[in-house]
Design a protein around this ligand. Structure first.
Ligand code: GDP
Ligand code: MG
Length: 164
């Protein structure tokens, strides 16, 4: 069967936007309000000679007492468990947060291959130094992308399929 790629990260970092770009369709709902994607959403993706199943998740907010946010985290944990490769997204505009570091720890414990994405890099010149900060997560090279402007997507997919 096809490899499974799960997209995880905190709410509002652009998971659903990236999912829709990779799926080539507007399947997942993109929203300014965190907490819209509560369920896992699936799409089949083709890149070069590779085919895989991609999962969008509602997001992981560590250490929350909020019921919806903890349900979203549960869905993300299920997605991580069933994934062969994980795309972990952070947001360059918000910068590296404690919550990102906690999600990174959780992914390390999963022992799955992780591709680190720093999204919302709409202007590479402007954000270059901010992208390098994400090396501090200790999970490898950050891939600068702008899901909204479809920048950096090809390089990202090349590195994802290389892990199958
Ligand atoms: P999710 O909660 O992680 O699924 O995030 P969404 O995909 O719903 O996006 C949250 C917000 O970030 C929306 O307002 C998007 O339009 C915005 N967004 C997503 N990708 C980008 C990007 O590359 N650049 C900028 N500037 N905004 C983005
Ligand atoms: Mg979403």
């Amino acid at each position: 069967s096809k490899p499974v790629v799960a997209i995880v990260g905190r709410p509002n970092v652009g998971k659903s936007t990236l999912f829709n770009v990779l799926a080539g369709e507007r399947i997942a709902i993109v929203q300014d309000t965190p907490g819209v994607t509560r369920d896992r959403i699936y799409a089949d993706v083709e890149w070069l000679k590779y085919q895989f199943t991609m999962i969008d998740t509602g997001g992981i907010e560590p250490n929350t007492k909020d019921i919806i946010l903890s349900q979203m985290r549960e869905q993300a944990e299920i997605a991580i468990a069933s994934a062969d490769v994980i795309i972990f997204i952070c947001d360059v505009m918000q910068g590296l947060t404690d919550a990102d570091a906690k999600v990174a720890d959780m992914l390390r414990r999963s022992k799955k291959p992780v591709v680190l994405v720093v999204n919302k890099v709409d202007d590479f010149q402007k954000y270059q130094a901010d992208v390098y900060e994400f090396y501090n997560l200790g999970i490898g090279e950050p891939h600068a992308v702008s899901a909204a402007s479809r920048l950096g997507i090809g390089d990202l997919l090349d590195d994802v399929v290389a892990l199958f």
